[in-house]
Design a binder for this molecule. Sequence first.
Ligand code: SAH
Length: 219
Amino acid sequence: MNQSHQGIGMTSQRTRDRLVRRIIEGGVKDHRVLEVIRQMPRHIFVDEALASRAYEDTALPIGYGQTISQPYVVARMTELLLQGGELKRVLEVGTGCGYQAAVLSQLVEQVYSVERLQPLVEMAQRHLRKLAIRNVRVSHSDGEWGLEDRAPFDGILVAAAPEQVPESLKEQLAVGGRLVIPVGPPGRQDLLLITRTEEGFQQQVLDYVSFVPLVGGVS
Ligand code: SAH
């Protein structure tokens, strides 16, 4: 990576290593995920004015009332998806600035990501191009309906919280596929892991998390 991706001062490797240590303390164990977080230049995904805070373990504003997810949560959700074995096709709902999609791109074959706000679709595409990431397709649509023409998926990761699990997302899982999704009212949601089996679906509640709400329709 070139100098601007490497970062200096508050975006240096030392600062990134400190972030990874915090994520390990939080309980994330998967070395592949930790290594990708260590390498990924998160400061590229936020406004320049916030670049010095890019390696804090917190969500940050990205405009349009949305946020870049907390790195710990990105790491945890990615780890949960990967525990199911090798992933070829993954759907992300709620691209935002594209950080989670970029992390996934290093660990799976093909990422499809959908976002309901057109300016964020363009922002994410810009960030991914800057990093020469080519295995993420971002599209402008309402992710509540999944992405039927690309289904089935080995993994689906939802980065915004609905009040209930949308049936269409479950239906677009391959057998053995995993859906990681925050569910519940604003402020406090359960992070669910839903696995599709030959017989149906298994569901586990894993953590409490706080995501922006999943909103219907596009704009
Ligand atoms: N994945 C991002 C976090 C995005 S925040 C990251 O890596 O930081 C959640 C995003 O979900 C917001 O950009 C919001 O606009 C989007 N969103 C909310 N409801 C949606 C829906 N129904 N379909 C697609 N995107 C949605």
